[in-house]
Design a protein. Structure first.
Lengths: 594, 328
């Protein structure tokens, strides 16, 4: 029996931890309420709150038709972009086989809208000329070298361009168009021909570029991530970088580009990464990269690195889109659905309370109190997540939370049943609480670990609604562990000191007599006849301590019960009493046989 | 309910014992028949009907409406096609969007007329277009991939935690059993498969495994070390564990199913189709089947797999001999 030095003090300490966790959650929500103006309620999903419906029309180069495959790819990429903004439970589908309809819960923020609308072609073009539109100082991002303000001197012009960097492409018309180019005239919706030079600017309009034809297309970007650069001995340099992975075709094309560019002078050693017809980055090619893994470094912060990586990763959309309409839509489920759902949920909860009270008497109250604490924690965390992660509660999510009642309550039930088992074995209440806890805790941890694994894997692997579900599942699992360890267990430790429970009052739910701890009493003190047919259980350690004679005696005893499968001998909770019990039982058997 | 705690008490001591392990042939037969029915009947009924989220459907847009009362649209659609549950929402301040399953041509022109009448707008203000699925093949693919990774990971976890892969296999078989039965009953009832129902299935996946782990943990405890040699054969030790956790199993499933049943019967059947009904039905069946399979499938199957092991066979034989000797 695990008699910790002072269970009461431990109990209070656990409760204090719980209080601290709740205080921190309340505090974080308070910060949200003050700084971000969030409410104290979780945000609701499309089906409950409504939101914004954006209809996007695809624009293809040369006005050709969009294939179903392209539309499907577009839907998948737009979904990734929206999911990248958080767990939003948005809905994306096609309409009329051509348009893409995006429904986002609530009012989408500027950033999310841009993410969706800025669906353009991502392409890599060599820089031919770079300059400042005005005399203002330049704020270029990425690793781009300071662009030369004047057009580079013409190197021996060839009669026809030999490669994409060939300055012979710059015809006098192009040169004058470049010289007079105004950054505000860029029309992102008109696609630029891939095999011709392009005049454009960076997103801020501080640098203008004359770019060669497309050399690597955004479709060939396999992945893009952001991270801190580590130097050769593995320590972090604190410099943020964007890592680019190309597919095979992209790697080959990128290898050719870098091979050529590294030999050239500035600004022709730069290549422009063009998204939405604007140069989002113009890094200098510092080395020949043939394995398809490039790294862009420069004056990145964590945010700008991540933002560029996202643009590179999700920008590989082969078609661009134009917003056709953007409307506010109402909830798809009537408010009466939500109301009846909540009423049904409350009725269900009352039934759970009633059942717990009938089954576990006063312990049922512990269950109810624990469920209330679990509900409070869940509410606080959901509110926090809807502020930080864009989590939104759908009707399905609410149903998931209601089911979680069962899983959470199960932890208490497992625990209570373990305590009862210990009482049946004849322990005192305080001992039973400690011993029962040790066994129940293991079970609770193991089973919750399975649920938590499910949640994490589904969250990482899945998209859309499934991710929201995974979050709900993981959340309730953690809440379950917190509540059972920091509330239910300490509460029982403390209640165990009360006379009501400790004396095993009939209504306490822990009445040893009702639980059959009486067996020990009978075997020891009562008339032997009473024992008949009752094979008292024992746990492993007790059974192992039995002598062969005792086991035989036990066997004799158990077989007297007509329907009983043979189980082992009478219980012995304390080895000191071991002798008395078999003696009793043997007498019993003899008495009955004669 | 003193009798119930007496019942639990007797189960714990072994005074009362239900022979879950010994009669496994019966349970396996029951499950096999149920599985066959679950696989066959939905297809005899004509296969599963998938919701608009999976198949796409028709969208009607009514412009220039005076009122955005959504129930008018619901009534108009159901007056033409009664079995359908349209998704209605207001778009902006003067338009209504109605999404339904794919309708036949004449049905859809009737619906258009009914919608125009309901909102007293000219027929040309009601436009119709086909909408694609919002739960496309890519989401399904991702979800399935996640599921596979999950099953492998959990299988490995259980094999390590319980120190035997046989428990992991038994739990996985029970899980498969639950998913097939839940999907089968869902198909037999004939509800539309919606994303909510799929999420219900995923929840069942978690619940089924959870329930199995709880009972297996007790089995592990009972069959640890010398227990089997201390008078019980392996099968008897497993059976005792199942019996000892029976009260827990009953209590847990009742507590889990009460809120779900409340949603299913009070909330949904009074209100007709909707997200709630779909998810509640999937959960309702799943919790029942999940509890059943732990006791009647997973535990007997595990016992069956382990009993064959020579070491355990020897121990069990010794235990049984001891019991018979004692009896004579």
């Amino acid at each position: 029996m695990a008699k910790s030095p002072s269970p009461v003090r431990k109990a209070w300490r656990s409760l204090a931890w719980l209080g601290a966790i709740i205080a921190v959650l309340v505090g974080l929500n308070l910060i949200g309420a003050i700084t971000a103006g969030t409410n104290w309620t979780p945000k609701l999903a499309l089906d409950l709150e409504g939101g914004t419906q954006i209809i996007l029309e695809p624009i293809v180069e040369g006005g050709e038709d969009v294939s179903q495959e392209q539309i499907d790819q577009a839907v998948s990429i737009i979904r990734q972009r929206i999911d990248a903004a958080g767990v939003s439970e948005s809905e994306i589908n096609t309409q009329g086989g051509r348009n893409v309809v995006v429904s986002i819960p609530g009012q989408p923020d500027e950033e999310t809208l841009q993410r969706i609308e800025a669906s353009a072609k991502l392409e890599f073009r060599p820089v031919l000329l770079a300059g400042v539109p005005s005399t203002d100082s330049i704020g270029e991002e990425g690793d781009a070298a300071t662009p030369t303000p004047t057009p580079a001197a013409e190197p021996t012009p060839a009669p026809s361009p030999t490669n994409a960097s060939d300055l012979a492409q710059i015809t006098p018309e192009l040169q004058s168009a470049y010289d007079s180019f105004d950054c505000s005239t860029i029309d992102p919706s008109a696609a630029a021909p891939a095999d011709e030079p392009l005049i454009t600017c960076d997103p801020d309009g501080t640098v203008k570029y004359l770019l060669g034809p497309v050399e690597v297309s955004g479709e060939d970007v396999a992945n893009a991530t952001s991270g801190v650069v580590t130097n050769s001995n593995g320590t972090s340099s604190g410099v943020w970088a964007v890592n680019l992975d190309f597919n095979d075709r992209g790697a080959e094309a990128f290898g050719e580009v870098t091979t050529r560019l590294t030999g050239l002078t500035s600004p022709q050693d730069q290549f422009g990464i063009v998204l939405d017809k604007r140069v989002i980055s113009a890094p200098v090619a510092q080395a020949v990269i043939t394995d398809g893994n490039a790294q862009i470094t420069g004056s990145f912060t964590q945010e700008t690195a991540k933002s560029l990586a996202d643009q590179l990763k999700y920008g590989a959309l082969p078609i661009s889109f134009q917003v056709q309409s953007s409307d506010v839509i109402s909830a798809t489920l009537g408010s009466e659905q939500l109301r009846s759902g909540l009423i049904a949920g409350i009725i269900g909860l009352l039934l759970v309370v009633a059942y717990s009270l009938v089954q576990y008497r006063a312990l049922g109250l512990v269950t109810v109190a624990s469920l209330l604490v679990a509900a409070l924690l869940t509410y606080l965390i959901v509110t926090l997540l809807s502020w930080r992660e864009g989590y939104r509660l759908s009707l399905a999510g609410i149903a998931g939370l209601i089911v979680a009642i069962g899983i959470t309550a199960d932890s208490f039930i497992v625990y209570f049943e373990r305590i009862r088992d210990e009482l049946r074995d004849g322990r005192g209440l305080n001992g039973a609480v400690e011993a029962g806890w040790k066994r129940a805790w293991r079970t609770v941890l193991a089973s919750d670990a399975v649920n938590f694994a499910a949640a994490i894997i589904l969250f990482v692997a899945a998209v859309g609604n499934v991710r929201g579900f995974a979050l709900t599942l993981g959340l309730t699992t953690i809440v379950d562990i917190i509540v059972v360890a920091l509330f239910t267990h300490p509460l029982l430790q403390l209640l165990g000191r009360l006379r009501f429970f400790n004396d095993g009052h009939k209504l306490s739910g822990l009445d040893p007599r009702a639980l059959g701890a009486v067996y020990r009493g009978r075997a020891q003190f009562r008339a032997p006849v009473e024992v008949r047919g009752r094979a008292a259980a024992s746990r492993g350690e007790a059974a192992r301590r039995q002598t062969i004679a005792e086991r035989k005696a036990a066997g004799t005893l158990t077989l007297e019960g007509p329907e009983n499968p043979p189980v082992d001998g009478p219980e012995q909770t304390e080895s000191g009493r071991a002798g008395a019990v078999p003696a009793d039982t043997q007498r019993t058997s003899k008495g009955r046989r004669s | 309910m003193a009798s119930f705690s007496q019942f639990g008490n007797d189960l714990y001591t072994g005074a009362k014992s239900i022979d879950f392990i010994g009669r496994r042939k019966i349970w396996f037969l029951v499950s096999a028949i149920a599985l066959l029915l679950a696989l066959a009947v939905p297809f005899l009924r004509g296969g599963y009907t998938f919701g608009i989220e999976f198949t796409g459907g028709s969208e009607f847009r009514i412009s220039g409406v005076e009122t955005t009362d959504q129930s008018l649209a619901t009534d108009a659609v159901t007056s033409v096609v009664p079995e359908i549950a349209p998704r209605v929402s207001a778009v902006g301040t003067d338009a209504i969007r109605v999404q339904t399953d794919q309708l036949a041509d004449e049905e859809s022109s009737e619906v258009r007329q009914a919608l125009a009448d309901a909102y007293s707008v000219p027929l040309e203000e009601v436009t119709e277009s086909f909408i694609g699925p919002s739960w496309g093949a890519d989401i399904t693919g991702q979800a399935l991939r996640g599921l596979l990774i999950f099953l492998v990971a959990v299988g490995v976890f259980m094999a390590f935690y319980f120190r035997t892969w046989k428990m992991a296999v038994a739990a996985m078989v029970a899980l498969l059993h639950d998913l097939i039965l839940t999907a089968g009953v869902y198909g037999i009832v004939g509800f539309e498969v919606t994303p909510a129902a799929v999420i219900g299935f995923l929840t069942i996946l978690g619940y089924s495994l959870y329930d199995t782990v709880v009972v297996f943990d007790k089995i592990r405890e009972n069959t640890l070390g010398g227990e089997a040699s201390a008078g019980r054969s392996f099968a008897q030790a497993v059976n005792l564990a199942v019996n000892q956790t029976l009260v827990r199993s009953i209590n847990t499933s009742i507590v889990a199913i009460l809120p779900v049943a409340a949603i299913l019967f009070i909330g949904a059947f009074l209100l007709g189709a909707g997200t709630l009904r779909d998810i509640a039905l999937a959960l309702f069946i799943g919790i029942l089947v999940g509890t059943y399979s732990t006791i009647f499938v997973a535990a007997p199957l595990y016992s069956l797999m382990r009993e064959r092991e020579p070491e355990i066979q020897k121990q069990s034989k010794r235990a049984l001999e001891l019991q018979t000797k004692g009896a004579v």
